[in-house]
Unconditional design. Structure first.
Length: 224
């Protein structure tokens, strides 16, 4: 026989003790520390053109959110099935500009999953190992920073003079693109400087027939 109390019994209240508050608090605290460690490694090893502080904060938030989500999923099988269906319709359309950013995103997600699964030594030691590897390889970057040199000159004679001057003053020169219009020739060179010497740019700017000179540092990825 169904009693009055049975009619108003809440399944929500029955599930409140499915996850220990102490365990959840410890997992989220450790997730914050691991996320902070991932953020510091990202900031230290970043080698792109424009550093994004918001992406670093996103790594911390992603570790916390993943831990919270896995804690809920592991406590209820039905909830886990519903969560898989809900996440399957989510589409992320933010472009990832740096390839290494993908590795940090997966690292944050993996740390949250492993931590919420209760594998604390694996989460901590694995994150330390990954962080050390990334820091070691980022500190062994080549000292030669590539640059793009953009020169606007009037005719073929000035183009030959520009190339001769640049070849004599830089360590390496590579023509990336050349655009010709009726009154101007635009040259885009990839150059490697000798001990940071960029004085030849001033000489190019003062040459007759040269109207525009720009030297820009870039990360080695060229689209053109």
């Amino acid at each position: 026989m169904i009693t009055f109390q049975d009619m108003f019994k809440s399944s929500f209240l029955e599930r409140m003790d499915s996850v220990s508050l102490l365990d959840a608090a410890l997992a989220l605290a450790l997730a914050f520390l691991l996320g902070l460690f991932i953020f510091l490694v990202y900031k230290r090893s970043y080698s792109g053109v424009m550093y994004s502080a918001s992406f670093g904060v996103t790594l911390i938030a992603l570790t916390l959110i993943t831990t919270l989500l896995i804690l809920a999923v592991t406590s209820n099988v039905v909830l886990s099935l519903g969560m898989v269906g809900a996440l399957s319709i989510v589409r992320f359309r933010t472009a990832i500009k740096e390839p290494m950013d993908i590795a940090f995103l997966f690292w944050a997600i993996a740390a949250g999953i492993v931590l919420a699964a209760g594998l604390l030594p694996l989460a901590v030691l694995g994150s330390l190992f990954v962080g050390v590897v990334l820091l070691v390889f980022s500190s062994r970057k080549s000292g030669e920073s590539p640059y793009i040199l953009v020169v606007h000159c009037a005719a073929r004679e000035e183009e030959d003079q520009v190339r001769a001057l640049v070849e004599a003053r830089v360590k390496r020169l590579n023509l990336k693109s050349k655009s010709v219009s009726p009154d101007r020739i635009e040259l885009n060179y990839e150059v490697r400087l000798r001990e940071g010497d960029a004085g030849f740019v001033n000489e190019l700017g003062s040459m007759a027939g040269v109207s525009h000179v720009v030297l820009v540092s870039y990360n080695g990825d060229y689209m053109g």
